[in-house]
Design a protein around this ligand. Structure first.
Ligand SMILES: Nc1ncnc2c1ncn2[C@@H]1O[C@H](COP(=O)(O)OP(=O)(O)OP(=O)(O)O)[C@@H](O)[C@H]1O
Ligand SMILES: [Mg+2]
Length: 159
């Protein structure tokens, strides 16, 4: 799944990497939907990062399960950081094409998994971190998610 993005990253000379900390991140959920979520975030990171930049997919497994897609791209102005989750909303001034539907889909999938998704300015000063925080890493006694059909434990992100 992540390797699907390597050719596009290479074409733009983007350093595309995966960083993991702690244990594997296991999330109860729908693998197809979670795959769509991460694909949309990586698609944006590569699309809105100019040549020579850096895109990092990161998982952090603590008492919460966190997935981040960090880029060194054009960034999202503060005034737009919440609006970009509205359907068809796109920040003016980018020459990239799109429908403005990726992030609304990401938010909907996050909601179904009781996760919070937000865009944070990259602390390096350039670019964005799209952060998805799941309420907790899976434990054997975790209650199932009522809003999803037969949620299953999946290791994140998919290889
Ligand atoms: N990583 C990012 N860096 C900079 N701007 C971003 C980033 N991710 C999203 N944006 C901004 O948010 C807008 C909405 O993103 P969204 O993914 O919903 O739509 P899109 O990428 O324009 O089209 P698509 O429907 O193909 O995903 C984008 O048009 C862009 O302006
Ligand atoms: Mg998009």
């Amino acid at each position: 799944m992540l390797s699907d993005f390597v050719p596009r990253a290479r074409q733009k000379n983007i350093d595309f990497g995966l960083e993991t900390t702690g244990q594997p991140l296991v999330i109860d959920g729908n693998p197809v939907l979670l795959g769509e979520l991460i694909k949309n975030l990586i698609d944006n990171a590569i699309k809105y990062t100019p040549e020579g930049g850096c895109v990092t997919v990161r998982t952090i497994a603590t008492e919460r399960a966190i997935v981040e897609v960090e880029d060194t791209g054009i960034g999202v102005p503060e005034a737009d950081r919440e609006r970009v989750f509205e359907r068809f909303y796109r920040v003016l001034g980018s020459s990239e094409s799109g429908s403005g539907l990726g992030l609304p889909i990401v938010r909907e999938i996050a909601d179904l998994h009781r996760a919070q998704v937000s865009l944070i300015p990259n602390p390096s000063g350039k670019g964005t971190i799209a952060q998805v925080v799941f309420p907790r890493s899976r434990t054997p006694d975790s209650a199932p998610l009522p809003s999803l059909d037969a949620p299953r434990p999946i290791t994140f992100p998919p290889a």
